[in-house]
Design a protein around this ligand. Structure first.
Ligand SMILES: Nc1nc2c(c(=O)[nH]1)N[C@H]1C(S)=C(S)[C@@H](COP(=O)(O)O)O[C@H]1N2
Ligand SMILES: [Mo]
Length: 335
């Protein structure tokens, strides 16, 4: 891995792992009572380690083929190769390096898997996710994805609309937000056992959406990618995908969905509230405090020198369908 030390204010636009390196350091310093040193310097991994050829393994043992209706509307998008989608991940339960999830999550036991839906619903329940997968009409959705770290991918997900799923449980009129929770199992997830390995996140990982965001037809629960069930590193067996928001909203390996009246806490917001808001809408006009969000590096086919820097689009290009959700909301304040 390439590590380069930079001076304060010298964070390069190509910073590959700002969440990781900076927060890891910050958490460690906090833990040591040295919080004052926070801005002293920061480290980063170079862009080249995205593509170190030896690391690009197909770490996906046990994935099963899925049946689904394919997505015709977005078939023209250049897709990120499957090996890159499955070898460049954020899943801090397995470590903060981009290659950790593929290397360390393979033993996660995803079968059986129970998902509980509770809170402000008339009919709370627990579902067996593998039965759900078999008994639900699945769709392919080819979505542009944008990480807050300014890289992006195009991923052919397989899943179903979260809104359709939630309606089965009959949300009450008091349901204003939806809170999500990842599995908590320190025996299986080393990052939950060791605060340093886990990037300082207070586990279980949690996320939230406003009710109208959750019910929007673009919002899906994904159970697969590239036609097969999800690899563990991408959040098997079931994870959230919200294509107009930064990737961190896409909580992985979900065990609980709770409909609630009040805005729920979210993991990144708890860790660094000045950097990660509840809304997390992709917005080229609102910079992250430590780097610009105006452009992004598209991770597509080809080697390191073919990474394409492109403009970031408001709402990640989905503005026509979702901007109305935020009319009257000051997106600079509610970032
Ligand atoms: N439980 C859990 N979910 C998570 C994360 C995590 O660390 N833990 N990382 C988030 C971040 S920062 C990103 S960018 C996406 C990455 O999803 P991918 O690896 O499938 O591309 O997962 C999100 N979901
Ligand atoms: Mo991210």
């Amino acid at each position: 891995m390439l590590i380069k030390t930079t001076k304060p204010g010298d964070l390069p636009e190509s910073a590959a792992t700002p969440e990781t390196a900076y927060l890891k350091r910050r958490t460690l310093l906090k833990g040591l009572g040295l919080g004052g040193l926070l801005m002293a310097n920061s480290t980063r991994a170079g862009v080249l380690d995205l593509f170190s050829p030896g690391e690009e393994k197909q770490s996906d043992s046990g994935r099963k083929p899925l049946q689904f209706d394919s997505d015709q509307t977005t078939a023209g998008l250049t897709r990120t190769p499957e090996k890159k989608i499955t070898n460049h991940n954020n899943f801090y339960e397995f470590g903060t390096d981009k290659t950790d999830p593929a290397r360390k999550s393979q033993s996660l036991k995803t079968e059986p898997w129970t998902l509980a839906v509770e809170g402000e619903v008339e009919k709370p329940g627990r579902v067996d996710v593998w039965q759900l997968m078999a008994g639900t009409a699945l769709e392919e959705r080819i979505y542009r994805m944008r990480c807050v770290e300014a890289w992006s991918m195009v991923i052919p997900w397989v899943g179903f609309e979260l809104g359709k799923f939630l309606r089965r449980f009959q949300p009450t009129s008091r349901a204003k937000y939806v809170a999500f929770e990842t599995l908590y199992d320190p025996e299986q997830m080393p990052g939950q056992k060791n605060r340093y390995l886990g990037g300082g996140i207070d586990y279980p990982y949690v996320e939230g959406l406003r009710m109208d965001e959750a019910m929007h037809p673009l919002t899906i629960l994904s159970v697969g990618l590239y036609g097969r069930t999800l690899p563990t590193q991408n959040g098997a067996p079931i994870r959230l995908v919200v294509p107009w928001k930064y990737g961190f909203k896409g909580i992985k390996s979900i065990v609980k969905i709770r409909l609630v009246e009040k805005m729920p806490p979210t993991s990144w917001n708890k860790l660094a509230p000045d950097e990660y808001g509840f809304y997390a809408n992709v917005n080229p006009a609102v910079d992250h405090p430590r780097w610009s969000q105006a452009t992004e590096r598209f991770i597509g086919p080809g080697g390191p020198f073919s990474v394409k820097r492109q403009e970031t689009l408001p709402f990640n290009g989905y503005g026509e369908r979702v901007a109305s959700l935020y009319s009257g909301v000051d997106l600079k304040k509610y970032y």
